[in-house]
Every structure is written in C-alpha cells, then in structure tokens.
Design a protein around this ligand. Structure first.
Ligand code: MG
Ligand code: NI
Length: 463
C-alpha cells in the first residue's frame, strides 16, 4: 500500500511549512511537495489606506523582512507621486538595505544552515543547531552574533528602529544621518569585513568537504530572474534580467513593466502562489530568484572582494548557470561580503550625511511600482490610488513566492535521490529539509495574499 511521509513542521525556517512525500508500493518516492500553512491576506487590508502610510503599514507583513517591504513601498510611492528623490536619500535607503542583507544572510548562514554542515546532516538533531555550534566553536558563534548585530545596528541608525523601520517616506527620507552615527557605523563595517571573509572561508571548507553532494543535490533546471545595473549585481535599484537555464539572456526590462513578463499560478494545496515567466507559460517558465539567481544573472560585482569571489562562483558552472540548490549558500555568503563592502563604500562617501534628503510630494491619482532585491529575491509592490491618494488596489509579489515551484522540484529531486525501498532515516528527512533551507523561504511574507480569482488554478474566495 502507498504511504505518505510528513515532515511537519520543517525546522530552521522562517515561518511554518510542511513537506509531504508520497511513496509507491515499493517504498520509492512518487512525488513530494512543500506546503505553506500560514494565511494572512495583506493586500486586502491595504485597500482604503493612504498611499503615504504604506511604507509603515507594509513593514507589518513580516517581522523578518520589514526593511524590504518598507523600501519597496517607499519606492512604489515615489513612482506613484512622480518624484526623483535626492541622492543622499537614495544612499541612505541602500545603506539600510545593506544592513538588512547583512543581518538576514548572516542569520541564515550561521543559525539555520551551518549546523547541517559543521555538525553534520546525520548528527543528532538535538545538537544540530546554533546551540550545538556555540558549544563546539564558541568563538565562531560569538562572531556570528556580532556580524548579525552590525547589520541590525545599521538598520537602527538609518531606519530609526531595528525592526519596523520608519524613516523611508514618499519623496526620500524623514531624517539625515548624523556625523556621529556615520563614523560609528564606518568602524563597524570595517570590523564586519573580516567576519564576512571568515564566513567565505568556512563556505570554502564546506564546499570542499561536501564536494561530492554539492553539484547534484537539488540540481534542477529553471530560468533565473535577478536585478542588474549595467549587467552587474544590484540590490536596490536597477533593471530585471531573465536568463534561461542555459544562461542565455532572454529579456531585460524595467521593473515597472513586470506585469508584461510575470504571471502567477495558483494551486489548491498551498497558500503561496507560483509566479512564472509569462512568455514560456506555466511550468516551462519556472524560474528562480535570490542569491543563486542574482549571481547567475550578474556578469560581475562592483565591490573588489565580492568581485573576486564571484569569479570563483562562475567557474563552478563553466559557461552555464550554477544550478545545484546547495550553491545558494555559497552565493549568499558572496552577497554577504558584497553587502558589507557596499555599506562601507556608502559610508565613506561624504554625500551620505547631506541634509538634503527629501522632496515634496502631492496627492494624486495614479499607480506606482517599487521593486527591490530583498534578501530572498525580487520583491514587487504595486499600488493604484484614487485622487485623494487612497489605495484602490495593491499587488504585492514577495521574494519567496518566485521560488515556490523550485522548492517543490528540489524537494522531490532530493527525496527521490535519498529515499529508496521504503528505507527512511532521520538523516534522510533532514536532507529534504536541507533542500528547503537552501532557498531560505520566508513564509510569513509569502502568505500575504488573498487570491480572489485567477485563471489556471483554484480560486479561493474571501470576503
Ligand atoms: Mg501578491
Ligand atoms: Ni518575510
């Protein structure tokens, strides 16, 4: 008789999800799926609210990624009101964003990922966690905590608060950065460089130690979507580039025209939607976002240390994109290094303390799109307003949902590779969780949406 295995909840993940694995009569994997169980309905709540309040309201979508929503919302408002914000405001927003990348990527690597590799995928789950790392390598754990704290400090000084930021407003920033805070943060980013380099060297050790599993673990065929500026890695403001599974550039477009390129599929078993590249259709048009995708679509990186490391990353794929899911971890570490270098670069520029940080905005009817590369990938906020600048409609596509189907494919591939003839161990199930962890999904973000009607899948009525 066929059997269903359940991993519920998947641990070391942001939010709640479960995996189901269907086995056939012989105990081999027939199919496997990642289910998202939270339900929130945020886009509906936004209707009727003032556009200018969106950068504050949308931070409440998620306690993990408030800065990303804050910035995407502020950018959508700038577009809606038709204003160009001052250079210093742009720099401060990008700095805040780097703070979030440093915080988020270091948390994911040291707290959620490292235990699987440094303690081992088959080790006792009671020690396969950050506490296990703290007892075996206390110095490393202390550095991990410090690096994350530096990211938080940047957010706190620039965004006003460490969580639920408040300073990005339509038209710029509500306040400049003080000289005192600038020099304090500059010192901290100097300190962070050595820690980001240490993270990279740990990454190299892991790549070497697990060199037999990295290339084939969760190796799936998809396209890739990521932001670039002049072809190079960009996380705050640029164009979106879509490449095929072979690495061919299929399209490069302005983020505000995303609706021409991205559609969303719905399945009844998950509260998370499935974006895909419209021209290729559902399934063929499945793509991945976030660190692996960004480093695959980018030709180079503008900061020196990350640029050198990106060259090593590119070698892994030859002249093709790097496709194994575990390489997300390596790509995330390269971005961590980039974020630290970029934060330092921004802080070294005297313009960062300019007091000219906002322009006036006026109420109007219209629409605006704001897109940034959140730690977990392309984040899109799109608002439509009436003539009093009240939100008539909001469309939000969060980073994690772009990777939804890729997570399913990776989970199924890993389940098939490890589970055979009904033989299941805890270590095998942990490997399936590891397939999910590569993508660092944020499930509180991903379930922000009530879908009212959508072709190509079941619709769920809420009202
Ligand atoms: Mg949405
Ligand atoms: Ni989130």
């Amino acid at each position: 008789m066929s059997k269903v295995l359940r991993i519920d909840p998947v641990t070391r993940l942001e939010g709640h999800g479960k995996v189901t694995i269907h086995l056939d009569d012989d105990g081999n994997v027939e199919s496997a799926r990642f289910h998202v169980l939270e339900f929130r309905g945020f886009e509906k709540f936004c209707e009727g609210r003032m556009a200018a309040d969106m950068p504050i309201i949308t931070t409440k979508i998620c306690g993990i990624c408030p800065v990303s929503h804050h910035l995407a919302a502020a950018k959508a408002c700038d577009a809606l009101f038709g204003v160009q914000i001052p250079d210093a405001a742009k720099m401060l927003r990008e700095l805040m964003h780097m703070g979030q990348i440093i915080h988020s990527h270091s948390l994911h690597f040291f707290y959620l990922t490292a235990p699987d590799f440094l303690i081992g995928p088959d080790s006792d789950p009671s020690v396969r966690n950050i506490a296990g790392i703290a007892s075996t390598s206390p110095e490393l754990a202390a550095k991990a905590i410090r690096l994350r704290q530096i990211g938080q400090n940047i957010i706190e000084k620039v965004a006003g608060r460490a969580t639920n930021p408040v300073t990005a407003i339509p038209g710029g920033m509500s306040r400049p950065l003080s000289h005192e805070d600038r020099f304090h943060l500059l010192k901290e980013t100097e300190e962070a460089i050595s820690m980001a380099k240490l993270a990279i060297s740990i990454g190299h050790d892991i790549l070497e130690k697990y060199s037999d599993i990295f290339p084939r673990f969760g190796d799936i065929k998809t396209g890739y979507l990521g932001m670039v500026k002049n072809g190079n890695l960009e996380l705050y403001d640029g164009d979106l580039r879509f490449i095929s599974s072979d690495g061919e550039v299929i399209e490069e477009f302005r983020p505000e025209s995303y609706l021409d390129y991205i559609d969303e599929h719905v399945e009844s078993y998950s509260w998370m939607k499935f974006p895909y590249y419209k021209k290729m259709g559902w399934q063929n048009g499945i793509y991945r976002v976030a660190p692996l995708a960004r480093l695959n679509v980018a030709e180079s990186i503008n900061t020196p240390l990350a640029r050198e490391e990106h060259k090593n990353f590119k070698k892994l794929g030859g002249n093709k994109p790097v496709s194994g899911s575990l390489y997300y971890h390596y790509a995330r570490l390269i971005e961590l290094l980039y974020a630290v270098e970029r934060a330092r670069e921004l802080l070294e520029d005297d313009e960062i303390v300019s007091t000219e940080v906002r322009v006036k905005v006026e109420r109007k009817e219209g629409e605006g799109v704001g897109v940034i590369e959140a730690p977990r990938g392309v984040l899109i906020h799109h608002y439509w307003t009436d003539d009093t600048s009240r939100i008539r409609k909001a469309n939000i596509i969060v980073a994690t949902s772009h990777n939804n189907q890729a997570i399913n494919l990776a989970v199924a591939q890993v389940a098939k590779e490890y589970i055979k003839n009904g033989n299941v161990t805890e270590g095998m199930l942990n490997r399936i969780e590891m397939a999910v962890r590569c993508y660092d999904p944020c499930l509180s973000c991903a379930t922000h949406k009530v879908e009212l009607s959508r072709k190509g899948g079941k619709s769920i009525k809420v009202n």
